[in-house]
Ligand binder design. Structure first.
Ligand SMILES: Nc1ncnc2c1ncn2[C@@H]1O[C@H](COP(=O)(O)OP(=O)(O)OP(=O)(O)O)[C@@H](O)[C@H]1O
Length: 339
């Protein structure tokens, strides 16, 4: 694979907050490394506080100035001869030019991102004119095209609406249209469907799949919901307590999950049979993701792991190791457990 097949390469990314050494707290995400191919949909999954949003905000350059960030985030050029950029080394101005243009983001709650006092059309026109030298009339015309592309009926009417006049699903489509307006190579979507009911959720997931096919853009989709991930992912990256614990093609992940944490997450999903049989209780993973101060010295999942073995799992942090083609896992016992 060449760098032109890869849009983004993250290498050894760590992010910490709070005081500097010697009183520094441990980093909230640690040594995170992964890459995203062109046209690939990568789902970043994990429970709350595992570090998914901090990772995506680091990619966007949206962490607060107090964040201590180390590592490398390489954005590779599309064309031969186009240089690769280490996003962490760019000036704020250069970073702003990339945001929205080469990398865009969609958040869970569009109401926090849409300006309540301007119409959808005004906001879309402003974004389009920020990215391109367009007259207002031309930007308005293109805005209608983007709303049409995200499946909004009567896009010309929608352009004149205020954000509060739209349903949650419509607002999320508008946000996706705005994110697409800069023609990004990479779209980062942080829990974009969590607040939507299941049918609208399915429509937005189908929309992302369709847009990926039409535009060839890559997507990093953040979710705590593996059922959602199974619908769209080409690749699954599981995070736990600030580390990547499994990184695999979706096919290999859903047929041969290797990390006990991933297996527990999959076991916790409701099945149609369970619903048919009226089984009301879902399986859960006992305990919680450890806080920064409580992270174990060995495998971070050990205190909650039904397969954990003292002396083997509770000392020395396990490294990511191969669990097959295109499949990495952070567990010393994965082979024994899978057998
Ligand atoms: N600005 C900040 N200052 C200090 N700590 C932070 C900051 N932002 C995030 N954190 C901490 O980083 C850790 C990871 O948070 P993050 O929001 O990335 O988790 P997440 O996996 O996205 O969870 P959720 O699904 O709940 O959004 C948490 O312990 C959180 O408290």
């Amino acid at each position: 694979m060449t760098t032109r097949d890869t849009v983004l390469e993250v290498d050894g990314l760590s992010v910490g907050f709070g005081p500097q050494a010697p009183n520094a707290l441990p980093p909230v995400i640690e040594d995170v490394s992964f890459s995203v191919r062109r046209g690939e949909i990568v789902c970043l999954v994990g429970e709350s506080s595992s570090g998914k949003s901090v990772t995506s905000l680091a990619l966007m350059g949206l962490l607060p100035p107090s964040a201590r960030i180390t590592g490398e985030i390489m954005l590779h050029g599309r064309e031969a001869g186009e240089p690769s950029l280490d996003l962490l080394q760019l000036s704020r101005r250069a970073r702003n030019r990339i945001r929205g243009h080469r990398i865009s983001m969609v958040f869970q709650d569009p109401m926090n991102c849409l300006d309540p006092i301007f119409s959808i059309g005004n906001q879309l026109v402003e974004i389009l004119r920020w990215h391109n030298a367009l007259s207002r009339v031309e930007a308005w015309r293109q805005g209608i095209g983007y709303l049409h592309a995200v499946g909004i009926n009567q896009p010309d009417v929608c352009m004149k609406r205020m954000p509060h006049e739209l349903s949650g699903g419509m607002r999320q489509r508008v946000m996706i249209a705005m994110a697409l307006a800069g023609k990004p190579e990479l779209l980062i979507a942080d829990e974009p469907t969590t607040a939507l009911d299941v049918t609208v959720q399915a429509q937005v997931l189908d929309l992302l799949l369709r847009l990926r096919t039409q535009t060839g853009m890559s997507v990093i989709f953040i979710t705590h919901n593996l059922a959602v991930a199974s619908r769209i992912a080409d690749r699954i990256i599981v995070m736990y307590a600030g580390q990547i614990v499994e990184n695999s093609s979706a096919e290999s992940f859903f047929t041969r999950p290797a990390m006990p944490y991933s297996r527990a997450l999959l076991d916790a999903l409701p099945t149609v049979d369970m619903i048919r049989q009226g089984q009301k209780r879902l399986k859960t993973i006992s305990g919680n993701v450890p806080g920064l101060a409580e992270r174990p010295a060995g495998c971070r999942f050990f205190p909650r792991c039904v397969h954990g073995v003292a002396a083997m799992c509770d000392s020395g942090s396990p490294v990511l190791q191969s669990a097959g083609a295109d499949h990495l896992v952070r567990c010393r016992r994965w082979e024994e457990i899978s057998a």
